[in-house]
Design a protein around this ligand. Structure first.
Ligand SMILES: [Zn+2]
Length: 257
């Protein structure tokens, strides 16, 4: 049975800088394939400290949605750990072009040979990791190339609406997702910040109607408003299950199928 574990739930710079929530990534096991999404600061530490500990050597791949620090700081150490300290050539990295090339790539060149392969994310292509199909969805998010992700496996269709400014076609792109995870940084809409606010996240949930919606990646305004209470209110209003992830929250296939 598949599962998704939120090693960290911090979003935005202040929550990350003060570590009010952990900023580690999200670990998925789908159809027996283990995948790590967005290894932010502290990911390796959190992998080893959670109970039971997660084993980087069992990862099939790492997916980077974009190169912002809170999503990518631990990508290099996680590549090395996935490749048994660089002794083995193993694992796959999926990442946007600007995380790999250009003036300011975040993936160090010296760890790249540890990987079995590197694939550059492009919208319109479908990627395979074990029995999992991964479809990137281009998101507008500041100056960096950013992709939301849809994972399809025998456990169904899972959508990760990572950092993004809201755009009208967004709900359509995640249509049919049974589990929908939304990076909900802001309590209220702010036109100057390219992140989803709670009302926008709930608008997406309302349109997609997943079996389970998980809010995560919280900024200060969300944390101060007690996300678990906001999620409970949203569940009531929308008539479907909405939860706010806590550091270490695990959801299982039975929760969304
Ligand atoms: Zn970002």
């Amino acid at each position: 049975m598949g599962w998704v574990k939120f090693l960290g739930t911090a979003g935005a710079r202040f929550v990350v800088a003060r570590q009010l929530r952990f900023s580690a990534g999200t670990w998925l096991e789908l159809s027996g394939t283990q995948i790590l999404l967005d290894p932010g600061p502290g990911t390796l530490l959190r992998c080893r400290k959670v109970r039971p500990p997660l084993e980087p050597l069992e990862l099939s791949g790492i997916v980077l949605s974009h190169k912002h620090l809170d999503h990518s700081t631990d990508v290099n150490i996680m590549i090395e750990a996935m490749a048994d300290g660089g002794l083995k050539r193993r694992g796959v990295l999926l990442a946007p072009h600007d995380a790999l090339e250009g003036d300011d790539p975040v993936v160090l060149r010296y760890v790249r040979p540890f990987l079995e392969r590197i694939e550059t994310l492009v919208e319109g292509r479908v990627y395979e990791l074990g029995k999992v199909r991964i479809t990137p969805v281009r998101h507008p998010h500041g100056q960096v190339e950013t992709y939301g992700l849809v994972f399809e496996s025998e456990e169904g269709r899972l959508g990760f609406v990572v950092d993004t400014k809201f755009f009208p076609e967004l709900p359509e792109k995640y249509k049919g997702c049974q589990l929908l995870v939304l990076n909900t940084v802001l309590r209220e809409w702010n036109p100057d910040i390219d992140h989803l606010s709670l009302p926008e996240a709930l608008e997406i949930v309302k349109a997609v109607r997943p079996k389970l919606a998980v809010l995560t990646h919280f900024g200060m305004t969300m944390l101060r408003s007690k996300p678990w209470e906001l999620a409970a209110e949203a569940s009531e209003k929308l008539g479907l299950k909405v939860i706010a992830a806590d550091d270490g929250t695990t959801v299982e296939a039975k929760d969304w199928t």
